[in-house]
Design a protein around this ligand. Sequence first.
Ligand code: NDP
Ligand code: GDR
Length: 341
Amino acid sequence: MARRALITGITGQDGSYLAEHLLEQGYDVWGLVRGQANPRVSRVRRQLQDVQLVRGDLLDQGSLISAVERVGPDEVYNLGAISFVPMSWEQAELTAEVTGMGVLRMLEAIRVCSGITSSRATASGQIRFYQASSSEMFGQVRETPQNELTPFHPRSPYGVAKAYGHFLTQNYRESYGMFAVSGILFNHESPRRGAEFVTRKITLGAARIKVGLTTDLRLGNLDARRDWGYAGDYVRAMRLMLQAEVPEDYVIGTGRTHSVRELVLAAFEAAGLDWERHVVIDQSLHRPAEVDLLCADPKKARVQLGWEPTVGFEDLIAMMVDSDTRLLAGGADPDQDSSWP
Ligand code: NDP
Ligand code: GDR
C-alpha cells in the first residue's frame, strides 16, 4: 500500500517541491492548508492536482488533531512556519506561536492520535515526524563549518522559535520513543522562492532591470555569508531522514559559503548587467542582529543517508535569473500570486 504523507506548509517553496518528490515516489500526499480565502491554496489546487487538501492551522490544536485523524498519515512533514527572519522582530509573539509552539501542537496531535501516553511508543504503526529546523539556530557561530554538534546561539526571534521546535522534537523522541527528527537545513533556494528572500529579490531585481521595468535594487548587508543550495535537492534529504532505521537529526547544506555581494555579482553577470550601476545600499534593510557566517558540514548526511547536493551556487543563481527573466518577458507579475515556475 502507498505510504501516506501529510505536509504542513504545502503552499510554500519546500512544500511544493516535497509534494512533487513524494508523488514521484508513489506516496499518497496530503497538504494542510489554512485561511478562508488564501490565494496560495488555489495555486496548490491548480498545480498539485494529485495532492489532497485538509484544513488546519498550526495555531489551532483541535484542527491539527482532526487533520491527523482524517488523513491517517505514515509520515508528517512540518514545514509550516513564519519563515521570513525580519518579520520575526516585527511579530515576535506570532512567530513564537507558529514557528515554535506550532511544533508542540503538531507533535501533540500525533501523540494523541497514536494513543501514546507516558509509556514509550512501539516501533510498529508509528507516525514518523520531520521538523524543518534551520541553520539560523546556529546564529553567532564560534566554529565553522557547522555540524550536528555545533552549539546554538540564535540571533532572531525566528531562530529562537526554531531552536524551541528543535529541542522539543528531540524531547518527544526521548520521552515517548517517537520517530521524530529534525533536518537542520541551510538556506535553499529555487525559482519558487518567495520574493522577500535575498536570492529571489536579487534575481528578480536583476531580471526587472534587464527587461527595463526598473533601474535599481535596494539591499541591506552585502557582507553576510550563507551556504546556499537548491531546494529540489533538500526535499530529497527530508524523505531520506524519515526512511532511516534510527531517528536522528542531520545537517543539510552544500559545504560552500558565499557573501551576498558574491550573489549579487553572480546574478547580475547572469543577466549581463554591471551590478555597481544598479545596487543601492539601504540601511533600513540591515537587521537588529545579523548572522554573519553560515557554512554546513553535511558529512553525516552524505555518509549515513547517501545524500549529495546536485546543483552548485552559480548554476542555481543562473537558473533563477533565467526563470525570472522568462516570467517577466511572458508578462507575469511575480508580486501577484501567479503560477509556480
Ligand atoms: P515558505 O515561507 O515558502 O512557506 C511557509 C509555509 O508555512 C507556507 O506554506 C505557509 O502557508 C505556512 N504557514 C504559515 N503560517 C502557518 C500557520 N499558522 N499554520 C499552518 N501553516 C502556516 O517557507 P519554505 O518553504 O522556504 O520553508 C519551509 C520550512 O523550512 C519553514 O519552516 C522554514 O522556516 C524552514 N526552513 C527553510 C529554509 C530555506 O532556506 N527555505 C532553511 C531552513 C529551514 P500560508 O500559505 O497559509 O501562509
Ligand atoms: P535568511 O534569508 O535570513 O538567511 O533566512 P534571507 O534571504 O532573508 O537573508 C540572507 C542574508 O541576506 C542579507 N540581506 C538581505 N536579506 C533580505 N531578505 N533582503 C535584503 O534586501 C537583504 N540585503 C541583505 C540578510 O541580512 C541575510 O544576512 C532564510 C529563511 O528561509 C529562513 O526561514 C531559513 O531558516 C534560513 O534561510 C536558513
